[in-house]
Design a protein around this ligand. Structure first.
Ligand code: CO8
Length: 263
């Protein structure tokens, strides 16, 4: 499936397979670069996925074997003034925040280049799976700008200030193995297998309690925003909330009855 070009001209594709929503950035001739149209479609699809109660997880990928997303559209940005740049940055940040705050887990299947806005899109996802040909980077300073879709903030939180500045200030590309070593991705798989691995992981997550999965995502995300003390309080509250949800009853009853829980 990966690398498969459908001939479909929609900038973002959305399909559902076994309760998993697959979002595909689909502008392969421009290496899936994010222009306003792509970002607007991405926002609509993310909202659509939010209102679909039967979805258990989302996977985001790009059409073609060469790129996940090669960044924001440089042609479009070349014509922007500071005001336009500010609103484009704000819009992109809001779309990526909607992904980060999505109640369902979001897995990025990274096939090839994830540069600039593409790296930032991957950073907003919960889990990143890279194909061996994946290349990450924040090349913005080479274009006379800085990351504007969350890269300076999320990359530093994810891989630490030292490595984030190493990448952002040099604009260098990081291969899949280095990305794994620095904690930018959690898995590296052979070329052409990122999407199937992401779908397999999404399937595994889908068999767990959707309520607990969503609470766990929230606890990790919100906990990292404040102090450890604040985070522990958030964990306690979300943990306690599980005890008034039927999934907790089913999960524990199934264990005692030596069968698989059905959520
Ligand atoms: N924007 C627009 N078009 C692009 C982009 C892009 N980011 N990346 C690739 N393309 C286009 C190329 O122009 C080319 O089109 P054409 O065939 O019409 O010339 C086509 O895609 C194929 O690309 P290449 O021929 O360059 O393919 P190569 O295999 O030779 O190179 C690279 C692949 C290395 C990925 C190369 O295309 C490249 O360096 N691309 C740009 C990468 C980059 O700098 N990305 C960061 C952009 S800045 C950004 O993302 C900021 C985000 C925050 C915005 C804040 C709002 C203001």
């Amino acid at each position: 499936m990966e690398g498969y070009e459908t001939g479909d001209s929609r900038p973002v594709l959305f399909e559902i397979e076994d309760g998993v929503g697959i979002i595909t950035l689909n502008r392969p001739r421009q290496l899936n670069a994010l222009n306003k149209e792509v970002l607007e479609s991405l926002r609509s699809v993310v909202e659509e996925a939010r209102s679909n109660g039967s979805l258990r997880a989302l996977v985001i990928t790009g059409t073609g074997p060469k790129a996940f997303v090669a960044g924001a559209d440089i042609g479009e940005m070349a014509a922007m003034d500071p005001e336009g740049a500010s609103s484009f940055s704000e819009f992109g940040q809001s779309v990526f925040e909607a992904i980060e705050r999505h109640p369902k887990p979001v897995i990025a299947a990274i096939n090839g280049y994830a540069l600039g806005g593409g790296c930032e899109l991957a950073l907003a996802c919960d889990i990143r799976i890279a194909a061996e040909n994946a290349r990450f980077g924040q090349p913005e300073v080479g274009l006379g700008i800085i990351p504007g879709f969350g890269g300076t903030q999320r990359l530093a939180r994810l891989v630490g200030k030292t490595m984030a500045l190493d990448m952002i200030l040099s604009a260098r590309m990081v291969g899949a193995e280095e990305a794994l070593r620095i904690g930018l991705v959690s898995r590296v798989v052979p070329e052409g297998k990122a999407l199937s691995e992401a779908l397999a992981l999404a399937g595994e997550i889908s068999r767990k309690s959707p309520y607990a999965v969503s609470q766990a995502k929230k606890a990790v995300r919100e906990g990292l925003l404040g102090t450890l003390h604040d985070g522990l309080k958030i964990e306690r509250e979300l943990f306690a909330a599980c005890f008034s949800h039927p999934d907790r009853e089913e999960g524990m009853r199934a264990f005692r009855e030596k069968r698989k829980a059905e959520f």
